[in-house]
Design a protein around this ligand. Structure first.
Ligand code: ACO
Length: 174
């Protein structure tokens, strides 16, 4: 069984302190919320994301290279994970990225993306904790609103997280 890797031994995507302490405190003792780390390829990150959509394995080098891209754009990508400390593996993930606009007095919008909870632990409020943390991060970064797109089936989940249906989603795939 893998040993839990403390935060200070990891290269993290953003400052730990950005995640509100009071939301971290709501997790059970064996779970830990932190920013994405450069070595999370080895902690089930892609496997957890695959409950959401196709997530082919690009290999460790390409994974690290994508992490470095996110890291190189400061104050923009806030990807968080929940780790099961007993196995040092990720069981839930989510991201909010900050869009800097000209409208609304140079307003900032938070876009929540790629929320996924490992099938084995769905229904245990981890999705809720991820959304609470991402919303708090978005608002603390100055967002006047935080938005997301989801399937009709997931609307009740986001309503429970405090979100409301607003507008329509449009898409054009290649
Ligand atoms: N329909 C109705 N209610 C739901 C649903 C649903 N599909 N999912 C969760 N809920 C309710 C729960 O019952 C709970 O209600 P309660 O407070 O009354 O008990 C509340 O919402 C919180 O649920 P959680 O336990 O936090 O949900 P979970 O940890 O399972 O996470 C999630 C929900 C993220 C949808 C998870 O099931 C998942 O990963 N699904 C597959 C991937 C996915 O669809 N991700 C979201 C894509 S949208 C995006 O990324 C922006």
């Amino acid at each position: 069984m893998a040993r839990f890797t403390p935060d200070d031994e990891l290269e993290l995507l953003f400052d730990l302190k950005v995640i509100p302490h009071d939301i971290k405190q709501l997790l059970p003792e064996h779970l830990h919320m932190r920013p994405l780390a450069s070595t999370d390829y080895t902690r089930n990150h892609l496997s957890v994301l695959s409950v959401l959509t196709q997530t082919p394995d690009p290999g460790p080098a390409a994974y690290l290279s994508r992490f470095q891209v996110l890291l190189s754009i400061p104050n923009t990508y806030y990807t968080i994970v929940i780790i099961d400390k007993r196995m040092d593996i990720i069981v839930a993930v989510g991201c909010v990225f900050m869009e800097h606009k000209f409208i609304r007095d140079l307003g900032i919008v938070g876009h929540i993306e790629d929320i996924a909870v490992d099938k084995k632990v769905q229904g245990a409020k981890l999705g809720l904790r991820i959304i609470q943390a991402l919303t708090a991060i978005s608002e603390s970064r100055g967002a006047y609103k935080t938005i997301l797109d989801c399937s009709t089936e997931n609307i009740p989940f986001y309503v429970k997280c405090g979100y409301e249906v607003k507008g329509n989603e449009m898409a054009k795939y290649v």
